[in-house]
Design a protein around this ligand. Structure first.
Ligand code: LLP
Length: 425
């Protein structure tokens, strides 16, 4: 992926730096980001829209991975930023991200989080339910501050992906359903509230999606609803179609080029509106596809256990504490030995070091014959790994480094044992 390659010595190199050297310098586990690849992904989205004539906004879904350095990069690339919590908002503001480019999501924003967003004068709130519709308005009114809002709509689409990450179906904790009329009811309330400016509608059908069909169906439902609201005499200008564009974790995954997803959406939106002046702006919110393939986690191999005729386990110095995806979603990441390139391979399984049998990083993978001390690289760990990391078994979170132009920069230091006790009274 990106600038990663096997160099002349047969070793893994990321952004021009040998993985083994990074492991030695920063210790393991360490999450290595190829900054060029993140920037390339941002640009691909913008390019996909730029010639379409559509007004657009690409907003990075920061839940996939967020740190101040990344906020700066997203800012430089001209993207907007989605946040779903006070913590994400705080991080963005601390990194001086322009508030007007921040969008606030979430199905249960607290009073304190909403106040924080209002005080910062963020770009818009994506209102998820009737409770929030009332609460946000009350708080905005108290401040005499008019806010731009989008309504989160559940378009009733079942995206073909893991059940935990589909979100567009009617029986969902997110959004107002179109089918049962709640979406229209919410829109009617919103347009009558003096401190609301209902600028558009939003949907997100799921994550790690490989086909355009779900997006196309969502556009159909959303444009229909959009026009329905306009018919009542209220003009909106934003159609936010969420994120969910898939990436390639392993050879079975077949994501489409970014342009194909965008083209399919654009075509369907055009179909729904007869005159150019009626066309809404298209907003999207990719997370995984911006940072996922740019991340590689390096581990050191420790214990090697062979059960003759059954399985060979090789254990690394991390696990579900830094990448819960294999255990939680049966996600299959690829792995390789970064400092060895023997032709001869054997079938092994890679185990984490946390205390449960489910802590396996990769089942059944062909790797060269390893020795303790070798460096294992797990690819595509840029999205929803560090973001979902935890201190199970009191494991400190790994270090995070960015590589650009052959230079390595540490952006998050490894947690220490003292960090683990920081909050104890
Ligand atoms: N917008 C909304 C409203 C979302 O809920 C999400 C993801 C996104 C955008 C970004 O979706 P993406 O482009 O990253 O697919 N932890 C899971 C993924 C959960 C996705 C949650 N929502 C995983 O590791 O696969």
């Amino acid at each position: 992926h990106g600038t990663s390659k096997i160099n002349g010595r047969g070793y893994l190199e990321i952004g021009g730096v040998e993985a083994e050297e990074i492991a030695m310098r920063y210790g393991t586990p360490v999450l290595v980001y190829d900054e060029e690849l993140i920037r390339m992904q941002c640009r691909k989205y913008k390019e996909a829209f730029s010639k379409s004539g559509f007004s657009y906004k690409v907003s990075y879904a920061s839940k996939a991975f967020l740190c101040k350095q990344l906020v700066k990069l997203i800012e430089e690339e001209g993207l907007a930023l989605d946040v779903v919590s006070g913590g994400e908002l705080y991080t963005a503001l601390q990194a001086d991200f322009p508030a007007e480019r921040i969008h606030f999501h979430g199905n249960n924003k607290t009073v304190q989080e909403i106040q924080m967003g209002l005080e910062a004068h963020i770009g818009c709130f994506v209102v998820d339910n009737f409770w929030e519709l009332e609460l946000l308005h009350t708080l905005a009114e108290q401040r005499r501050q008019k806010v731009d809002i989008l309504l989160r709509i559940t378009p009733g689409i079942e995206a073909s992906t893991h059940a935990y990450i589909t979100t567009g179906q009617d029986d969902s904790k997110f959004g107002f359903s179109v089918k049962n009329g709640q979406a229209l009811q919410a829109a009617r309330i919103a347009v009558n509230q003096p401190f609301y400016n209902l600028i558009g509608v939003h949907c997100h059908i799921g994550s790690q999606i490989f086909e355009t069909v779900g997006f196309v169906k969502a556009v159909e439902v959303m444009t229909f609803f959009f026009k329905r609201v306009q018919e009542e005499g209220h003009r909106m200008h934003v159609l936010n179609l969420g994120g969910g564009f898939g990436i390639r974790y392993n050879e079975d995954d077949g994501p489409l080029p970014i342009k194909e997803y965008i083209d399919a959406m654009i075509k369907e939106v055009e179909k729904a509106f007869h005159t150019e002046k009626d066309l809404p702006a298209i907003w999207i919110e990719p997370g995984r596809s911006i940072v996922g393939e740019a991340g590689t986690t390096l581990y050191t191999i420790g214990a090697i256990k062979e059960i003759p005729g059954v399985r060979k386990y090789i254990s690394v110095d991390g696990g579900i504490s830094d990448n819960i995806r294999p255990a939680l979603y049966k996600a299959r990441h690829e792995a390789m030995i970064a400092n060895r390139n023997d032709e001869q391979k054997e079938l092994v399984s890679v185990a984490g070091k946390c205390c449960e049998s489910g802590d396996m990083l990769v089942w059944d993978i062909l790797l060269p014959k390893v020795r303790s001390g070798d460096i294992l690289a797990v690819s595509c760990t840029g999205a929803y790994t560090y973001a979902m990391s935890n201190n199970y078994n009191k494991m400190p979170r790994p270090a995070v480094v960015f590589i650009s132009g052959g230079k390595v920069k540490q952006v998050i230091r490894r947690e220490t044992y003292e960090d683990l006790l920081r909050n104890e009274l």
